[in-house]
Design a protein around this ligand. Sequence first.
Ligand SMILES: C[S@@+](CC[C@H](N)C(=O)[O-])C[C@H]1O[C@@H](n2cnc3c(N)ncnc32)[C@H](O)[C@@H]1O
Length: 368
Amino acid sequence: MGELRGTHVPVLLERCLELLAPALGRGGRTVHVDATLGLAGHAEAVLQAHPETILVGLDRDTEALAHARVRLARFADRVHLEHAVYDELPDVLDRLGYPSVDGILFDLGVSSLQLDAPDRGFAYAQDAPLDMRMDQTRGVTAEEVVNTYPHPDLARVLRVYGEEKFAGRIASAIIRERERGRITSSARLAELVRESIPAPARRTGGHPAKRTFQALRIEVNRELAALETALPAALDRLAVGGRLVVLSYHSLEDRLTKQALADRVRSTGPIDLPVELPGSEPTFRLLSRGAELPGEVEVTANPRAASVRLRAAERIDPQARQRGRTDRERYRRRVKAMHQPGTGSATESDPDPRRAPGDTTDEEGEGT
Ligand SMILES: C[S@@+](CC[C@H](N)C(=O)[O-])C[C@H]1O[C@@H](n2cnc3c(N)ncnc32)[C@H](O)[C@@H]1O
């Protein structure tokens, strides 16, 4: 294992710990999954804060796992580290014998270890072979994508994953260049991209190759396809009271997260029915209002946090929710009856009928 390059500062660490605490600290042995272990910054803080918690840490990058293993050595008796893509989480949990878990964190994207590695091709600022695989033991490299994809596919990847306005021009430049000879280095690709972008546009939006490199990384690692499968599978494995926190750095990741959570926090029954049909009740409540953003102080200290969007949710017991609703209904009827003429009037000591027992402001799933 090489020297650790750069230091990874865990993003929104305090907020993640705060959101996970009610699930992980509820007594007895709890299980937390860090689906994107990286350099184990979040994982270490969770293990420190919850001395009873078992950690299942996944990463597709063997180098990240090796560093995490060293960092978490003092917790070795309650840590499982797994080389896996996060959509393999159900298989990993089955193998380890955990049918359900209490906390799950996804901190998406690349780690500083990967970005700073001079030999892995993620960074446009350093010349390296065009690899970009997070898992260097399998899959196609960025070099293969750049040298084999037809123009429409290349342009689509750059436009959709990179939100690149000049996707077509860059794809054309890549095709022309590879007819002369194979494109093998990140510096050559970065230069081609720079040359394809009109000069006035080069002056805005950071390095001109940033979006192309991000797009290729997402394509090479099939990041969105894995996330689309992984999120519902992860939600399925949370116990009642268990909590999921997702940190996204790309609008498409955040959209997938929002969609996966929206599917669980709303009823699946017919909207015109006054009662909830069994099995159609919401199974989660949101813990975040929309997507939470980082504060200015954090962004100044850690520029990587600038694009983060946090969303979180908790599994609820639909039956308990239903029972709570029925209790509240009964209570409201009783209070209403007390205000009817001839049944006596409410006194000062009457509880506020607008706030029945068990009634919480986040009944519809917003707020912690
Ligand atoms: C942003 S870093 C996580 C940093 C970590 N939270 C920390 O505090 O050090 C993301 C990590 O997720 C891993 N990763 C990305 N996509 C993955 C996937 N589909 N399956 C498993 N690991 C993945 C990357 O290899 C990288 O190490």
